[in-house]
Design a protein around this ligand. Structure first.
Ligand code: SF4
Ligand code: SF4
Length: 131
């Protein structure tokens, strides 16, 4: 197992995302066409309606959730559309398996938003600092 993957497993065993939800509160997830199709179906509305209500195009030209905090975040930090949530939400914070090395630049930014990324990077730094 890769070192980063081991730290990912460790940190997510210690941390409960339901005590945090900072990603859902601060980072609008990218929505691909499949996400929009799946979410519209789950909500029982037409894709066009979903698009008008929940989607905006960001500065990179990506379709993202229009509001932050996410409109599907509930008061208890659960996700109203958990089973149908966007792929970006499923994969965040991209520290699992091969995603870690594919997203190195992102981790530096995400460390400011996500305590899990912060702790994973901290453990990696400590590991290399002590060897
Ligand atoms: S910001 Fe990180 S630790 Fe917090 S809920 Fe999101 S993934 Fe979990
Ligand atoms: S769809 Fe769910 S998991 Fe994704 S940002 Fe919104 S509340 Fe969070």
């Amino acid at each position: 197992m890769l070192l980063a993957d081991r730290f990912h497993q460790e940190v997510f065993t210690e941390l409960d995302c339901l005590d945090c939800a900072n990603c859902c509160k601060t980072i609008p997830p990218i929505l691909n066409d499949n996400d929009i199709r799946r979410l519209s179906k789950a909500l029982g509305i037409k894709e066009k309606e979903f698009f008008l209500k929940y989607v905006r195009i960001d500065e990179d030209g990506d379709q993202v959730m229009a509001q932050t905090p996410c409109p599907f975040l509930l008061e208890n930090n659960h996700c109203l559309v958990y089973e149908s949530r966007p792929r970006a939400c499923r994969e965040y914070p991209h520290t699992d398996g091969s995603q870690f090395t594919e997203n190195l630049k992102l981790h530096a930014v995400n460390a400011y938003h996500c305590p899990a990324v912060f702790h994973i990077l901290e453990r990696i730094e400590k590991q290399f600092g002590s060897s």
